[in-house]
Design a protein around this ligand. Structure first.
Ligand code: 5GP
Ligand code: ZN
Length: 112
């Protein structure tokens, strides 16, 4: 828990979100500025700043998050989806609490 972290505040319930999944380690909620018809984020409850701050201790957590991606994507009606983990300022990361973006819906996404 980091007191000035927006995602920690969402996890605590201090900031509202369109949350649709919660378990003991992870939550998932819709992005406030979606870039696709369906755009949500899977976020560990543990405050870890980024993927670059993960090590072997986080292996199970990372595996759990990745395995949730197709499950939650299907529940949200996606047949295919794109995942994105922005890491560091140069990687376009804006919120420094690890999260996996999942988006899709509507049309085939352009090639990156
Ligand atoms: P990043 O660029 O760090 O990978 O992504 C951060 C994402 O968090 C952005 O897509 C942004 O729209 C989203 N975001 C920022 N603040 C909030 C918020 O208060 N609520 C929700 N639901 N999403 C947020
Ligand atoms: Zn946090």
């Amino acid at each position: 828990m980091s007191t000035d972290c927006i995602f920690c505040k969402i996890i605590k319930g201090d900031i509202p979100s369109k949350k649709f999944h919660e378990d003991d380690e992870v939550i998932a909620f819709n992005d406030i500025r979606p870039i696709a018809p369906v755009h949500f984020m899977i976020v560990p409850k543990l405050h870890v700043e980024s993927l670059a701050d993960c090590d072997a201790v986080h292996r199970d957590l990372l595996g759990r998050i990745l395995l949730l991606v197709p499950k939650l994507a299907k529940e949200q009606g996606l047949n295919g989806f794109r995942t994105m983990i922005n890491t560091g300022h140069e990687g376009g990361q804006e919120v420094f609490h690890l999260h996996v973006h999942v988006f899709g819906g509507g049309q085939t996404l352009p090639k990156t």
